[in-house]
Ligand binder design. Structure first.
Ligand code: ADP
Ligand code: MG
Length: 360
């Protein structure tokens, strides 16, 4: 049995101009204590969704509930959520300690207790001893940690973050991703995190809601999202995929056989329950393809290709393969001691049926 959700969006819609819905009809439950990411391309409605939860924007239809009670008319400061955004929005004229203590000051917490809690919050983000500095004296990553300490210091039950690591360089961003995940584990607070970076979402989250065009396309635990995308958009947006265009030759509810323009036939999972004769895209993760360098005797689900590129990635090899009538296919191979494949070589690509997902 799952416990009642902390937050529920019920039929929430949003339009800014009265014409186009930037959030179409959102039904979303956020579980207590989870790390949920809202992932999607730019303009897909992630920030609008977060702003409605924060209270800075109002839904044009539907209701948002916190612990079962409507909060749609509750102003932002009464919702008591921690918030961190990309442009840190620290107060430049205040010290780091005063910035972090600000949410406690406005809540009229006694001074001695503020000092204590600020010190603890700064330790938590590894900025102990930096309380007397001013924001301008800190690096971008340090400023973002101050913003995080400020969002956590009043022990909110929910922390909202909108691309908080977007301005940091790759190395620092990856470091902060691990720290954020660790903080979430320690504190047990509910995190809602907006990002357009699928790697970031997969690394940190318990669950991910994939947005496109104002709608959630799929919401799932990260492994399920990666292994079993529910439509063409999610398959293409989350992780690398090799795609094949084809037509369905035969189909039942769960399985189908497709025929490629080259005439080759493959069997796969009929994800969207298409009928025979439908144009489809079949998708497979590059690490699930087996590459054979001699013609197979009698093996099904194999297509003939030619290697155009062999790229050494340190921990694996990546082949780019030309298949008649298709875009270049990517194959990830574990390093082996055997003979190395070379460009120009013929290759037979075996795709086990359970990993070939066929989308409408
Ligand atoms: P995301 O965060 O996924 O990039 P947004 O929620 O910011 O998406 O934007 C969704 C759509 O709403 C976009 O088309 C954007 O231009 C539009 N939009 C966002 N904020 C406003 C606003 N304040 N006024 C008018 N249109 C807006
Ligand atoms: Mg945004």
């Amino acid at each position: 049995m799952s416990s009642p959700p902390l937050v529920r969006f019920a039929g929430v819609q949003k339009t800014y101009d009265g014409l186009s819905l930037v959030v179409r009809s959102l039904d979303l439950e956020i579980q207590r204590g989870e790390f949920l990411s809202l992932l999607g391309p730019s303009g897909s409605g992630k920030t609008t969704t977060l702003m409605m939860l924060a209270g800075f924007e109002s839904p044009t239809a539907g209701e948002i509930l916190l612990d079962g009670a409507p909060i749609t008319k509750t102003p932002p400061h009464k919702r008591n959520f921690g918030m961190v955004f990309q442009n840190y929005a620290l107060f430049p004229h205040m010290t780091v300690a005063d910035n972090v203590g600000y949410p406690l000051t406005v809540r009229k917490v006694p001074k001695a207790e503020i000092a204590q809690r600020v010190a603890k919050a700064l330790d938590m983000v590894q900025l102990g001893g930096k309380g007397d500095r001013y924001p301008a004296q800190l690096s971008g990553g340090q400023q973002q940690r101050v913003a995080l300490a400020r969002a956590l210091v009043f022990q909110p039950q929910l922390v909202l973050m909108d691309e908080p690591l977007g301005a940091l360089d790759k190395q620092l961003r990856e470091h902060m991703q691990i720290e954020l995940k660790e903080l979430h584990r320690q504190l047990g607070i509910t995190f809602v995190y907006v990002t357009h970076d699928q790697g970031e979402a997969l690394t940190m989250s318990d669950r991910v809601a994939v947005f496109n065009d104002g709608e959630i396309q799929q919401i799932d635990a990260v492994e399920r999202l990666y292994e079993t995308p529910s439509n063409r958009f999610v398959a293409g947006f989350v992780g690398d995929s090799t795609l094949l265009t084809a037509t369905t030759a035969s189909a039942n509810h769960d399985a189908c056989e497709i025929v490629l323009p080259s005439g080759e036939r493959l069997s796969g999972i009929n994800v969207n329950h298409v009928h025979p004769g439908t144009s489809v895209v079949a998708s497979v993760r590059p690490e699930r393809i087996e590459a054979w360098f001699t013609p197979p005797e009698n093996e099904g689900n194999t297509i003939k290709a030619a290697i155009t590129d062999v790229i050494y990635f340190g921990d694996h090899l990546r082949l780019r393969c030309a298949i008649a009538g298709q875009a270049l296919a990517t194959v990830k191979l574990p390093l082996s001691r055997g003979e190395q494949p070379v460009a120009g070589q013929a290759v037979w690509l075996h795709i086990p049926t359970p990993y070939l997902r066929v989308y409408a």
